[in-house]
Design a protein around this ligand. Sequence first.
Ligand SMILES: NC(=O)c1ccc[n+]([C@@H]2O[C@H](COP(=O)([O-])OP(=O)(O)OC[C@H]3O[C@@H](n4cnc5c(N)ncnc54)[C@H](O)[C@@H]3O)[C@@H](O)[C@H]2O)c1
Length: 254
Amino acid sequence: MEISGANAIFVGGASGMCRATAEQFVEKGGNVIILDLEKSNGAEVASELGGSFLPCNVMDYDGMATVIDEAVDKLGSVQFSVNTAGGGVAQRTVQKDGTRHSLDDFRRIIDLNLIASFNINGLIAEHMIKNDPNDVGERGVMINTASIAAFEGQIGQVAYTAAKGGIAAMTLTMARDLGTHGIRCMTIAPSLFDTGLTAGIPEQGALNLTKDAAFPKRMGMPHEYATMAIAIYECAMMNGSTVRVDAGQRFAPR
Ligand SMILES: NC(=O)c1ccc[n+]([C@@H]2O[C@H](COP(=O)([O-])OP(=O)(O)OC[C@H]3O[C@@H](n4cnc5c(N)ncnc54)[C@H](O)[C@@H]3O)[C@@H](O)[C@H]2O)c1
């Protein structure tokens, strides 16, 4: 897909990996809309990028339909979407004191990561199918964000692992569902990245969490996620997979 002149929606685009992807998309001549929480600095980021900001909460599933309609209305059409809104909770299946994992917390993490991603994908695909195909039949590309915890979750990450594992698992099926429309669907699974989400992790903690990487043994940088996301958008053969961006890291149990 050609970026110059294309339109994109970045959910979670006020910060971190999604913001970096929006920046690279604009550098290559694309137009962007930033969707993020009202309290975020999405308006400031959008204005720096020459785009618009629409506040949203991805867990307000009906509200997201209105926000995405409005975003596409402003852009005219949408060819690319990236979603990084998500997060986890630290709780074991059964805690050391014998208390079970809260079912409400488990469900909330599934809702925030998996259900919200699926909802956004469907809402955006409804618009993408109306695009005129490019000369190789493509109408759009959607990228979701998992984590390497989808494959080797650490102790206390059971809800997060289930949610991110669901995102990874639905990727191929969604790509197959949407293939007839010329829409590609991919997932990126990062290791530990230096973003707003991880800003509170002390340096020693970050070193510990990246010590098992092959190379480089450090946190990833948002622009490294963005480089992968842009490559996925540009390469028509990238479809139906979850790509690890992890410096060869495999999470240990803790
Ligand atoms: N940073 C990491 O180490 C890392 C590693 C693996 C996976 N991830 C995944 O990446 C995503 C986080 O991205 P990041 O690391 O760039 O963090 P970030 O905090 O810098 O950016 C995430 C953005 O999503 C927005 N957001 C959060 N909840 C939202 C909601 N309910 N509705 C709308 N917007 C919401 C935030 O306001 C923020 O601007 C999550 O899905 C997380 O699970 C992060």
